[in-house]
Design a protein around this ligand. Structure first.
Ligand code: NAD
Length: 542
């Protein structure tokens, strides 16, 4: 018995290392890239803390060199999915009863291990398996994941400290129980940090979890699972089950003890899960919490007072970093006719300098898109723009002979509803719609209404009246809104992330708001001197 209230260390954002030539981190990363490039890892499932090998295997390949197999992973079938549910339910009571400081310590320890000895390993796996450049891996799998672990522990301690008011003779307490059942986390390929955060945020709050990583991010996600185990995560708290999405939907999401679903990925998959849960709603022990951060068609909207150099830099970084495969990536831009020629010239000039290729070459700006399906989808839309009367393909192209490479692509659409203006492509394609300066307000309305999404958006203007007007006019079409900055690069603790409409439930990953979803509070009222009389004063005879 400790008889003390402990204070979780105040979190800070993990510093981004530079990887400059001659730096120790650069050498360590290069060595690790060489080591991982020369091996083929066998990845088991982890259920109840034990490695489980199945007979169904799938490959992890480097997107920028698709002939290169990095790992072979076991695929969970119905049998293993059921074992994982049992393991999570078995581990629940002990984990929920573990004092918070010990639960928190596991994730704080994981952050320090990741920031130190495991940084190169998890960054290298993210670079090779998900085709991220050094910088893109560093800000994701090292920095953002450390931030999630540290900030969540801090936010959780603040939540636990929130208590109701009391009245005379009464003490009210609020107890923050985990959900009653198990949680399922299904993660996307594009951020190793999201992979780590989706199971660990509910686990920190005392839940036990099944974690299904994306089939194209299994290698880095497996190392994150190992990191958590090495940091002391007890058996069964998070169960690592690479598997087919459909099977998870069928066998896990319909289980009566499903208590929560933590998802990041496409709108289509989340809508399907919502439907599955809705159709089964009478079978659950409690109403499952459904938290989903989904797709986007993120915009940059420039006013005629915008700074062209800052605008072009934001268009390039916002649209093409990590090959446009950030949910926040700029994929449509509204540019006033008065600025268009200058913006076009500058943007194309920068785009011509961007090197696309193998991410192990540290001079590249972009790697490959994640897989063949994605490549075909994006390439098909580039062809559509090339052939259409309603658009001009300004620059761009593709080649999948060695890796799934799409060149940074700029399209001008002559119609605001041209498919690449409204469809999420999830690739390095930016479509520009040039509007007449006199149509500013109508174009703002178009930006708001043209797509079902509402994730991120950026405005560029120097006129303060205009900035205030745009902020109001675009109030509902972005959960993360940027003024004179690119719409990507949200930092945990600084810009809580998420959007509404078809972009998700807007539960803001990386903030206390998200953690509330993994709690089921119990209110406890204690009367110190219990009343014994049932009459009220108004009942007295006059
Ligand atoms: P995806 O929807 O294809 O896959 C996400 C996860 O769902 C994967 O683990 C996948 O295997 C699984 N899945 C697929 N079909 C399923 C099914 N029927 N039932 C259950 N699970 C299923 O997404 P992705 O390609 O990995 O990621 C890209 C998408 O994620 C984009 O739409 C992007 O905008 C979105 N995203 C959103 C955010 C955000 O915060 N809003 C962040 C990152 C990515």
């Amino acid at each position: 018995m400790n008889n003390a209230f402990f204070t979780v260390p105040k979190p800070y954002n993990e510093p981004i290392l530079s990887y400059m030539p001659g730096s120790p981190e650069r050498q360590a990363l290069k060595d690790e890239l060489a080591r991982q490039s020369a091996e083929v890892v066998t990845i088991p499932l982890i259920i109840g803390g034990k490695e489980v090998y199945t007979e169904v295997f799938a490959d992890v390949r480097a997107p920028h060199d698709h002939g290169h197999v990095l790992a072979r992973y076991c695929v969970a079938t119905e049998k293993e999915l059921r074992l994982a549910i049992d393991a999570a339910l078995d581990a629940k009571a002990q984990w929920a009863a573990m004092p918070f400081e010990h639960r928190a310590a596991i994730f704080l320890k994981a952050a320090d291990m990741l920031a130190g000895p495991l940084r190169a390993k998890i960054n290298a796996a993210t670079m090779l398996g998900q085709s991220k450049t050094v910088f893109q891996a560093e800000i994701d799998s090292a920095c953002e994941l450390c931030d999630f672990f540290r900030f969540n522990a801090y936010f959780a301690s603040q939540i636990y400290g929130e208590q109701p008011l009391n009245s005379k003779g009464v003490w009210n307490r609020l107890e923050y129980r985990p959900l009653d059942g198990f949680v399922v986390a299904i993660s996307p390929f594009n951020f190793t940090s999201i992979g780590g955060n989706l199971p660990s945020a509910p686990a920190l709050m005392g839940n036990t979890v099944l974690w299904k990583p994306s089939s194209t991010a299994v290698l880095s996600n497996y190392y994150v699972m190992r990191l958590l185990m090495d940091a002391g995560l007890p058996a069964g708290v998070i169960n690592f089950i690479p598997s087919r999405g459909r099977e998870v939907s069928e066998h896990v999401l319909t289980h009566p003890m499903l208590a929560g679903f933590h998802f990041t990925g496409s709108t289509e998959v989340f809508s399907g899960v919502f439907t599955t849960v809705g159709n089964n709603i009478r079978n659950y022990h409690s109403y499952p919490r459904l938290v989903g951060e989904t797709g986007g068609k993120d915009f940059i909207f420039a006013h005629s007072s915008a700074d062209v150099e800052a605008l072009s830099a934001a268009m390039v970084r916002g649209a093409f970093e990590y090959q446009g495969q950030k949910c926040s990536a700029a994929s449509r831009a509204f540019i006033p006719a008065s600025l268009w020629e200058a913006v076009r010239a500058r943007t194309v000039a920068i785009m011509e300098t961007l090197k696309v290729g193998d991410v192990c070459d540290f001079t590249t700006f972009m790697g490959a898109v994640i897989d063949e399906k994605s490549f075909d989808f994006i390439a098909g839309h580039i062809d559509m723009a090339r052939e259409s009367q309603d658009a001009e393909l300004i620059c761009g192209g593709y080649d999948s002979s060695k890796g799934y490479f799409i060149q940074p692509t700029l399209i001008r659409a002559y119609k605001p509803d041209f498919p690449t203006m409204v469809t999420e492509l999830f690739g390095p394609v930016l479509t520009v719609y040039v509007y007449d300066d006199a149509d500013f307000d109508a174009t703002l309305e178009l930006c708001d209404k043209a797509t079902a999404y509402a994730l991120t958006g950026a405005i560029f203007a120097r006129d303060r009246q205009v900035i205030a007007h745009m902020e109001r006019a675009l109030a509902d079409c972005a959960g993360n809104f940027y003024i004179n900055d690119k719409p990507t690069g949200a930092v945990v603790g600084q810009q809580p992330f998420g959007g509404a409409r078809a972009s998700g439930t807007n539960d803001k990953a990386g903030s206390a708001l998200n953690l509330y979803r993994w709690l089921s509070p119990r209110t406890i009222k204690e009367s110190f001197v219990s009343p014994t009389d049932i009459t009220y004063p108004y009942m007295c005879r006059e």
